[in-house]
Ligand binder design. Structure first.
Ligand SMILES: *[C@@H]1O[C@H](CO)[C@@H](O)[C@H](O)[C@H]1NC(C)=O
Length: 386
């Protein structure tokens, strides 16, 4: 290129470097392996929350790049109305988590006998999510991509969405029903990777009740640390809720910490492959598996988890109990299941194999031995690490 100046060559090189750096990192593992999101669309940086919303919701394939905070708090105003203090909230000093009367939760008995009416004031943006369209990648640069005060929802037939390396935070954490960070309901092919979620009112991730089909949730940090704990102990209770009607969920490499329950709750008709996750400092239960929930848990580490499995769970669990029994995984999962590890934790038991054929013909995540999982997950999960 004899006609080009040194400067143009330099900017070309910089541009080339930039296009290599900006994009989805890696490829999805597990059930949603064929997710491509916005594919090769040119990366675009939304100027503000309005443009972010427009690009997320339209029907154009997009790679949406966040390199700053998008703060929705206050953008839709606030609401003051009657909510409740649930009977379970006996935290001292007006602590704990009170509730918004969402779907009559306060008045239909769910808040428990002895619940009292109180006035609640919450941010309106937090209680409704942005409906993400099909064929989108939403990615952050370093740890700079933050969505504050609003969640994302992939629903009503939306398909093929990647959410990677962003932090979603501050959805009315003081209130039950204050907001969910990521909702999937009536979708297919969703990959949530290297996302951090903290300070939500309700769930980090909620699937259901319609079919979410193939979902991979990998390398995320779900941080339950809160000043408004439903269990009065700075641990968030409503964490992960998987109750879709026909769901295959890969849950791999996630750091799930400082929660006190429903981490996850599984039901509906959902198969969960939970592999190489690190549960840390859970003051209640990790898995709550209702009838219709099918869980293979392997290669995970539970450290300081009071109950890895809620006692009385009626669902189907394969806990990878011993090296002989674990050979049963080979036929349908393609590998011998790995043992889980427990440190200062309760137990996880279950040897149901009758649902293993649900893995047949699917892309199944690999599993590593649990040795080193705690440190590798802590070092790798969450935002700013891709
Ligand atoms: C998403 O991409 C697929 C494959 O290119 C295409 O068939 C489909 O129509 C797209 N969906 C939307 C809503 O644009």
């Amino acid at each position: 290129m004899p006609g080009m100046s040194i400067l143009s060559l330099l900017s070309l090189a910089l541009l080339a470097g930039r296009s290599v750096a900006v994009g989805v990192s890696g490829t999805p593992e597990g059930f949603a392996a064929s997710t491509t999101g916005g594919g090769s669309a040119t990366p675009q940086y939304p100027a503000d929350i309005a443009e972010l919303k427009t690009w997320l919701t339209d029907s154009t394939a997009r790679v949406i790049v966040l390199n700053k905070e998008y703060n929705f708090i206050g953008s839709e105003g606030s609401v003051t109305e009657t909510g409740c203090r649930p009977a379970s909230n006996k935290c001292p000093g007006d602590g704990g988590q009170d509730a918004i009367n969402h779907a009559d939760w306060c008045t239909n008995g769910n808040a428990g006998t002895g619940a009292t009416s109180i006035s609640v004031t919450y941010d309106k943006a937090g209680v409704s999510s942005i409906d993400v369209g099909s064929n989108k990648s939403i990615i952050g640069i370093g740890s700079s991509g933050v969505i504050r005060g609003k969640g994302l929802r992939i629903a009503n037939g939306a398909k093929n969405v990647i959410i990677q390396n962003i932090h979603i935070t501050e959805l009315n954490p003081q209130y039950i029903w204050g907001g969910d960070a990521i909702t999937i309901a009536g979708a297919d092919l969703v990959w949530i990777d290297h996302v951090k979620i903290s300070l939500i009112g309700r769930q980090f991730v909620v699937l259901g009740t319609t079919a979410s089909n193939r979902v991979s949730i990998t390398n995320n940090e779900f941080d339950g640390s809160t000043s408004w704990s439903a269990t009065c102990d700075n641990h968030h209770y409503w964490a992960l809720y998987f109750t879709g009607s026909n769901d295959l969920v890969t849950l791999k490499g996630n750091y799930i910490h400082h929660t006190s329950g429903r981490s996850p709750k599984v039901g509906g008709n959902s198969v969960i492959h939970a592999v190489n996750n690190y549960w840390y400092a859970n003051s209640g239960h990790a898995f709550d598996v209702a009838s219709g929930g099918y869980v293979v848990a392997e290669g995970n580490v539970f450290q300081n988890v009071v109950s890895p499995l809620l006692s009385g769970s009626a669902g189907s669990v394969f806990s990878s109990p011993d090296t002989t029994t674990n050979k049963a995984c080979s036929t349908y999962l393609g590998h011998v299941c790995q043992l889980n590890a427990f440190g200062s934790s309760g137990t996880l038991t279950g040897s149901v194999t009758s649902f293993f054929s649900d893995f047949s013909g699917k892309t199944v995540a690999t599993a590593a031995a649990n040795t080193g999982v705690a440190s590798s997950v802590k070092g790798n999960a969450g935002v700013g690490k891709v």
